[in-house]
Design a protein around this ligand. Structure first.
Ligand code: FES
Length: 385
């Protein structure tokens, strides 16, 4: 028995030559092909089997797939320019890498056990993370614009029109539905048209409400010099001594306008009594750097507009312990001790302060109107005082 897996051995050559010649289709002793075929043991792997059967014609079963022509070029048109751009993109990504490492280092290095240190940490973390995103974005944009090849591809759109049978089916169904809905009854059809006309015109008429322009009416209220502040509801004037203790909040209206709701929509105020030293009207309370909140208080009583500077709800909730004025609509919160500065919520302006004094009888009166428009900010109104 011969070892079929072993290589040729001395003495086997004649026997093997005869066998291989038979496999090649020639008799022993005949002049065989110049190159003898390789001996195959067992089932050949598929690729080899195909090679033994010959290559099928393209397009026939078993033929290798014909490679599709490229849609996109492999390289940009300007290779040297792309090389330069590649270096810039790589530099951007390196900057992003360093900034990312800087972010990790900043997180580890900066302690946050005090407000100042937390501020430094926030600065470092924010700057490094911003740089990461900026450098990544710049690199990506540069890559797309200068390294990738520029090509325009268009694809023909398939026809959108439905098949004729589908269109005919739809028309038949529509006409059956129209018949079944009884629109052919003239009484119904005409009254429906009549009902639709006003409904169509009404929105056009509503455009009239866009005018007239408010002009200066939003800039002023009815408050003026010497007008007394009345306790709303009781309609009685107020003396500073009427507050038995600090902490109270009262809604007040201008004397003579207590039943004029148009006037009250802008003029309603709240007054709050504080303990001595609680009010802090400094430049830090003012949203504009360098400006100081005016101290128009009387005996530690301060008056603010009650109209929220967000969208005009009455800001009438007062927390005595924190001295916060709250608007119930969207939770804007104002610090009453610091000029009603916004400390939370969507409002962007402090509640305007009503300048106050006392008259000859000792009652609280206005010095003059608010020095800025009350209520929601509007297009000609800055977002800060
Ligand atoms: S109206 Fe006051 S918070 Fe929106």
């Amino acid at each position: 028995m011969s070892d079929s897996t072993a290589g040729p051995r001395p003495g086997d050559s004649e026997q093997d030559g005869g066998q291989l010649a038979r496999q090649a289709g020639s008799e022993p002793g005949e002049t065989g092909p110049t190159e003898l075929r390789k001996r195959v043991i067992g089932t050949p792997p598929p690729a080899e089997a195909r090679s033994m059967l010959g290559t099928p014609e393209p397009g026939t079963a078993g033929a290798p797939p014909v490679p599709r022509p490229r849609e996109l070029p492999a390289d940009p048109q300007n290779l040297s320019g792309a090389k330069r751009a590649e270096r810039i993109v790589a530099a951007c990504f390196m900057i992003a890498t360093l900034a990312g490492l800087g972010f990790i280092a900043a997180y580890v290095i900066f302690p946050v056990h005090s407000i100042l240190r937390a501020q430094h940490s926030n600065w470092a973390l924010g700057l490094t993370m911003s740089l990461v995103f900026l450098a990544l974005a710049a690199g990506a944009v540069f890559w797309v614009r200068n390294v990738m090849p520029h090509v325009e591809l268009t694809e023909a759109r398939k026809p959108l029109r439905s098949a004729e049978e589908d269109r005919a089916d739809f028309q038949a169904t529509f006409e059956q539905g129209a018949e079944a809905s009884q629109v052919k009854r003239p009484l119904l059809r005409r009254t429906l048209i009549a009902a639709s006309v006003p409904a169509a015109i009404a929105p056009i008429l509503l455009l009239r409400d866009l005018g007239p322009l408010p002009r200066g009416t939003l800039d002023h209220t009815v408050w003026r010099r010497g007008l007394r502040l009345l306790n709303y509801g009781g309609n009685t004037p107020i003396r500073p001594g009427d507050f038995s203790s600090p902490g109270g909040m009262v809604t007040v209206v201008p004397d003579g306008y207590q039943d004029d709701f148009n006037a009250l929509a802008k003029a309603a105020c709240i007054i709050i009594k504080f303990a001595p030293g609680q009010i802090d009207f400094t430049s830090a309370s003012h949203p504009v750097p360098g400006k100081v909140v005016e101290n128009w208080t009387v005996n530690n009583i301060v008056a603010y507009s009650k109209i929220c500077t967000h969208v005009g709800c009455p800001a009438a909730l007062y927390e005595q312990t924190t001295h916060h004025i709250l608007c119930p609509c969207h939770q804007s919160t104002f610090d009453a001790t610091r000029g009603a500065k916004v400390i939370f919520g969507p409002a962007t302006r402090a509640l305007p302060q009503l300048p106050m004094t006392v008259d000859a009888q000792g009652y609280l009166v206005a010095r003059h109107d608010f020095t800025e428009p009350v209520g929601p900010s509007f297009w000609e109104r800055g977002t800060t005082v």
